[in-house]
Ligand binder design. Structure first.
Ligand code: NDP
Length: 506
């Protein structure tokens, strides 16, 4: 797919003759005649009215957006996920609906600790974040090349990351900080062992596995829930760098992973991963010797064997790094029907934290940026904010409403209730089992006649401006509060209650 930005001038003015190229324009699309500073005389000072130059300078000053605090340096590519094995008995997720089904995806790899300019071939965990553009919404699986993590309590997450970054005084990476933290957090031993094993310094992004790491829930079409872990096994084989090799690679090329991935895809050597799941029932979870929702633990393969579900192939490079890779926003809260969270504390925290970071980095409408935009229709009542694209036009912006054709929830997509010990987790209906009428009635009956008259006149004055069917629905509520209350408003609205009641009784 060609980038519309680069072809945006296809219908604009074109220079003729041998050049036959589009005419340069300002940001508002006005053709530019001369690209030289506007000055008072050839040696004179600049003029404020050179808005063409001002626009360029001002935009340049704002070219950078906040880099991610973690996973700042990354590479991304589009691809295709193909189902190879039927797992519909575990999940109703549309992406897994039938063998052979293909879904577009975008994968961003990253290193974790380094800033945006860091070298690729460093000893570090690698991020492995996949966005699947399913027809029931975007599903983001935001994982790593390791199946576990350093901490299990979200309170420690930000502190752990601080230890991986720079000393506040020296601005240097600091082994005191790192080991001071780790030596007090034995739950990090598993991940520390992987980090310092041979897999801690991958040769390229194509040669790593990916893991969803957290435990998620899968829900099938009968509303049954199992727990699940996701695995991506590289078809290219695992390849790592020994420490001396890594030092040489970094000396030659700080962008070795980006170059390897981009060039492989550009020449048609599309990297692939075998996608598998592990499944655990609630009964197995209850009997498991460790907490199955602890992010520092794996589920042993022998007890929970890998079940193949599909293959992910990367086959298209982005055409603009900033627009598509830097602005790609992955959040574990992007879940779809059939795939849900688990009691994993780290996952629960990340459900909020990742969405929040994108609000900060990209803004409240980051989901409208093309790389993040769902390929299916988006129908909701979230509106406005900075840089909104106005895609909802004149559609209603509030819920509940009785406007014909307005989007409504469909209970078909409701997740089953979730039993946590004795507590049921569900979306309970806040409108049932409540008395909404007695107390407004008690208040009304405290008012004297003149006050009742003023109250009902004010209400009738504004309610009379609403649609007739809305007036009637609201009128019924006033009657339920107090018959006199209802009758006074009805009279002021010109509604003949007695004839309506008589007609209803016939
Ligand atoms: P298995 O023997 O069934 O699995 C071993 C796993 O270890 C394989 O997935 C293998 O990946 C992977 N592996 C091999 N070398 C390394 C390394 N240097 N760093 C990270 N992973 C490596 O045993 P278990 O399932 O009982 O797991 C034993 C240990 O293996 C775990 O404690 C964990 O550290 C690691 N592991 C386990 C995974 C799991 O989901 N159970 C997943 C990944 C690692 P491959 O087949 O791709 O070579």
């Amino acid at each position: 797919m060609k980038n519309s930005q680069t072809n945006g001038h296809a219908n604009g003015p074109t220079r003729g003759g041998a050049e036959n190229c589009p005419v340069l324009t300002t940001a508002n699309g006005a053709p530019i005649g001369v690209q030289q500073a506007l000055t008072a005389g050839p040696r004179g000072p600049l003029l404020m009215q050179d808005v063409q130059l001002l626009e360029q300078m001002q935009h340049f000053n704002r070219e950078r957006i906040p880099e991610r605090v973690v996973h700042a340096k990354g590479s991304g590519a589009y691809g295709t996920f193909t189902v190879t094995n039927d797992v519909t008995k575990h999940t109703r997720a549309a992406i897994f609906a039938k063998v052979g089904k293909k879904t577009e995806a975008f994968l961003r790899f990253s290193t974790v600790a380094g800033e945006r300019g860091a070298a690729d071939a460093e000893r570090d965990v690698r991020g492995f974040a996949v966005k699947f553009y399913t027809e029931e919404g975007n599903w983001d699986l935001v994982g790593n090349n390791t199946p576990v993590f350093f901490v299990r309590d979200p309170y420690k997450f930000q502190n752990f990351i601080h230890t991986q970054k720079r000393n506040p005084q020296t601005n240097l990476r600091d082994m005191d900080m790192q080991w001071d933290f780790w030596s007090q957090c034995p739950e990090s031993l598993h991940q520390v062992t992987i980090l310092f094993s041979d897999r801690g310094c991958p040769a390229s992004y194509r040669h790593i596995n990916g893991y969803g790491s957290h435990t998620y829930s899968l829900i099938n079409s009968s509303g049954e829930r199992v727990w699940c872990k996701f695995h991506f096994k590289t078809r290219q084989g695992i390849k790592n760098l020994m420490d001396d090799q890594a030092a040489r690679v970094i000396g030659d090329d700080r962008e070795s992973h980006q170059r390897d991935l981009f060039n492989a895809i550009a020449k048609g050597d599309f990297p692939k991963w075998r996608v598998c799941i592990q499944v655990m029932t609630q009964k197995q979870a209850d009997g498991f010797r460790w907490n199955p929702f602890d992010l520092t633990k794996v589920w042993p393969h022998k007890e929970f064997p890998l079940i193949e579900v599909g293959e992910l192939e990367l086959n298209r490079n982005p055409s603009n790094y900033h627009a598509e890779v830097e602005q790609a926003a992955f959040k574990p809260s992007s879940l779809v029907p059939g795939i849900g969270p688990s009691p994993d504390k780290m996952l629960q925290a990340r459900l909020m934290s990742y969405a929040d970071t994108h609000l900060h980095r990209l803004g409240v409408n980051h989901h409208q940026i093309p790389v993040n935009k769902p390929r299916c229709p988006v129908m909701n009542y979230i509106r406005d904010g900075q840089s909104t694209l106005g895609e909802y036009g004149s559609a209603p912006n509030y819920w509940p409403n009785t406007i014909p054709g307005a989007p409504k929830p469909d209970p078909v997509f409701a997740d089953p209730a979730w039993k946590l010990g004795e507590t049921i987790v569900d979306r309970f209906d806040s409108t049932v089992d409540h008395d909404d009428y007695t107390q407004p009635g008690n208040l009304y009956r405290m008012f004297d006649d003149a006050h009742r008259d003023r109250l009902t006149s004010r209400i009738a004055g504004v309610l009379g401006q609403a649609r007739k069917d809305v007036q009637m629905r609201q009128l019924c509520h006033f009657f339920r509060v107090d018959e006199d209350y209802g009758r006074r408003i009805a009279k002021k609205l010109g509604v003949d209650v007695d004839s309506m009641m008589a007609a209803g009784a016939r």
